[in-house]
Write a new protein. Sequence first.
Length: 335
Amino acid sequence: MAGRIRRAELDEVDRTLVAALRRDGRASNVELAKQVGVSEKTVRARIARLVDEHGLTVTVELDDPRRRSRMVYLLETEPGQRLPVAQSLAARPDVTRVHLVTGSADVLVAASFPDDAEALRFQERILAAHHGVRAARACHLIGEVGGPDRSGALPGPVLDTERLAALMIAPRPHGFDELAELICDAVTAGLGADRALITTERPGARDRPAAPAKRRGISLRYLEALTARIRDGRIEGVIKRVWDTRQHVVLANARVDPLMAAARDLVLAEGYVTLLTLPMLYGSSLVATVSMYYDRQMTLSDEYLGTAQTVIDQFAVAMARALGLAPPAPVPAAL
């Protein structure tokens, strides 16, 4: 029938990918690629096809710590048993804190359980029967007032140090395309980014031949629209700022950052959240920028930024040679 879309049958890779998404709908494409045993590029293509042809949707159920049963127990112990009781209970996985106290109790125990039933079982079967415990009084924690807010802590990218080490010692390709692929591997598989973009020219340049560039996971439509707005002066852009300052730029949330305000619609359509762009310097010359995109909001620590810059720096000489900005590598003398 005319206009009818023919849907491809699910194969073993599709089924394995769907199973992995059922286990963790928040997993990145890099994580899924490791589980399924295919490349990150294949994961992106398969997910896009499953969404388009089979209506794949992913829902996420978060474990809300506020629904757990959090308890504090005040224990009276037998003479000489305070420290042994405290040490024994501190080793239990459901116990979060143990304090030696004075006053009406000898030991304070804080613990967390999946529900109230588990909390009651802990009190009756563990505390009441514990050697050296004379009495236990329970307090149910129902809320917190003031103090530091730790609930909004964001995760950081997951580093694959073994993969990074292998990529760092791999021979450097002579051509730009092969070298750019290796850098994208380091960015996505090693540094935990979801997408990557390598540029070798300051954005917005007019009347110049197209400079080599490499994108992985970033659409051409997004790049063309963003470049047009940079040329029109509507937006400065992150990559342009890095070319001008030779300093890295981090946007914790590109969807609301003022630097991308004039391209918010493009960022939302592209689907990424956190953005890191690093300079690649050959001596005092900027030969390229490497942009790393994260589909979830990430915390990029100083340690992570230092590691990422160090990794990019390792490719600077090879990139300068690939672009004709540095002399070729010397040929080893024949024995």
